[in-house]
Structures are given as C-alpha cells and as structure tokens.
Design a protein around this ligand. Structure first.
Ligand code: DX5
Ligand code: ZN
Length: 225
C-alpha cells in the first residue's frame, strides 16, 4: 500500500532564506520539499526556476537512508512549455518533475522524456480538468496530482469538490501515489486522506504555523490512520 508523504511547499517560505528553510523542513521530518515553478504564462504568477533549484541542491545535497534517497525535490512545473525545462531541472538536481496535463500535446512522450533524464514523472490536473484524462497515463506515472485550488498562488481555499477525482483514482489505482495541492492543513487533511490522497502538499499551513513540525506530524498521522 501507499505510504504518507508530506511535502511542504516552499512558495510560503522566506525567499531570502530558502536553503535554511529547506533544511528546517527536512529536520522537521518532511519527506519532500515541493518547489512551485511558475512562468507567468501557464499561471498568472512568477516564482522560481532551475537556477534556484540548483542553488538549493547545493545547500541541501542528496543523501540516502535505508536505501531511499533523502532530501527529495518535488518540482511542480506550472509552465506553458513543460518539454523545455526537463533537461535543466534534471541538471539542477530535481528529483520529480510534475507537468500539467493541460500544458502538453503529448503527455506520453513527455513522461518518456522526463524519465530519460533520470527524473520521476508526475502529471497534474487543474480543477476544471476531468480525472479520466489520467487513466491511460497512470500506469506510466510515478504520481498523479489532483489540484485542490486553481494553480498560481498559495493561501487559497481548499476545494472539497475535487475529492471525487481522488476517490476515482484511488479505486482504480490502489498503489499509485496521489498528491493533493492547495489549501491543505489540519482542517482539510481529513477529507483528503479519506478520499485516498497520500502525498500532501502544504504551504501556508506549515510555514505559517507556530510549530510547523507539529503540523507535519498531524498531516502524516491523519493520512496513516
Ligand atoms: C499553488 C501551488 C501550491 C501552493 C500551495 O499553485 O501549486 O503548491 O504553494 O499553497 P497552500 O498550501 O498555501 O495552499
Ligand atoms: Zn504546487
């Protein structure tokens, strides 16, 4: 069965101090850090790109624990031309490359390209996209991402009406890592976990908390139980 993976989104971190913020998250037992790459075209916001991933990788080198890679960088690519950035994200030290289904003409070819660069491959769908588009792809994917807000900004309200998509995916693919992203925190994790999500992105609820470690633990415990 799938295991809980908690991935704080550094979109809500202190950008002047990103290396330390990543270190802090891993120290607080985050499984991954989630890196939101936005290009101002696919979404109406600009954030960071391969140079920052590369600097972060130098600050937080890869390690290994129990045969598993540690300090995993989960790169959420909200970009209009996802094919373009695969080599650079791989070179910069990303571990997983999540493209948006809506941004590509050939998702199967893109998955192959991502894997050929040694990255794990994941596909995201926006709230308006039907979950069925993921069915023919799922066997080839390392993870599927069901967006629970319109991509572009942190701190938005969780869309509980996306949960039927998660339920449908979980019913068909019991071993698939299913990520939810947007508005996740202590108030909303129960619904997402019940629907079958096991990979949890959380930005403002973790970085805005007095005790981020406690929120990470709470999210993990809820998915586990
Ligand atoms: C939104 C991003 C999210 C965002 C989540 O487009 O993909 O990863 O950082 O932030 P919260 O958890 O604050 O909704
Ligand atoms: Zn994201």
């Amino acid at each position: 069965m799938v295991k809980p993976i908690i991935a704080p989104s550094i979109l809500s971190a202190d950008f002047s101090n990103l290396g330390c913020e990543c270190h802090k998250m891993f120290k607080l037992r985050a499984d991954w850090v989630h890196i939101d790459v936005m290009d101002g075209h696919f979404v109406p916001n600009l954030t960071m790109g391969p140079p920052i991933i590369s600097s972060l990788r130098k600050a937080v080198p890869r390690g290994e624990k129990d045969g598993q890679a540690t300090h995993f960088f989960d790169c959420h690519m909200m970009v209009a031309n996802p094919e373009q950035w695969v080599p650079e994200v791989a070179e910069a030290g990303g571990d997983q490359y999540t493209f948006h289904y809506e941004a590509t003409k050939d998702p199967v070819k893109l998955v192959e390209l991502i894997k050929s660069h040694g990255l794990k491959a994941a596909c995201a769908i926006k709230p308006g996209t039907s979950v069925e588009v993921l069915y023919p792809l799922a066997e080839k994917l390392d993870m599927a991402l069901v967006m629970t807000v319109e991509p572009g900004f942190g701190g938005q309200k969780f869309m509980a009406d996306m949960m039927p998509k998660v339920e449908a995916l979980r019913a068909k693919f019991p071993n698939l890592d299913i990520q939810v992203d947007g508005g996740l925190g202590k108030e909303t994790i129960g619904v997402a976990a019940d629907a079958g999500a096991n990979v949890i992105v959380a930005g403002s609820s973790v970085f805005g908390a007095k005790d981020p470690g406690e929120v990470i633990r709470y999210l993990r415990d809820t998915v586990e139980n």
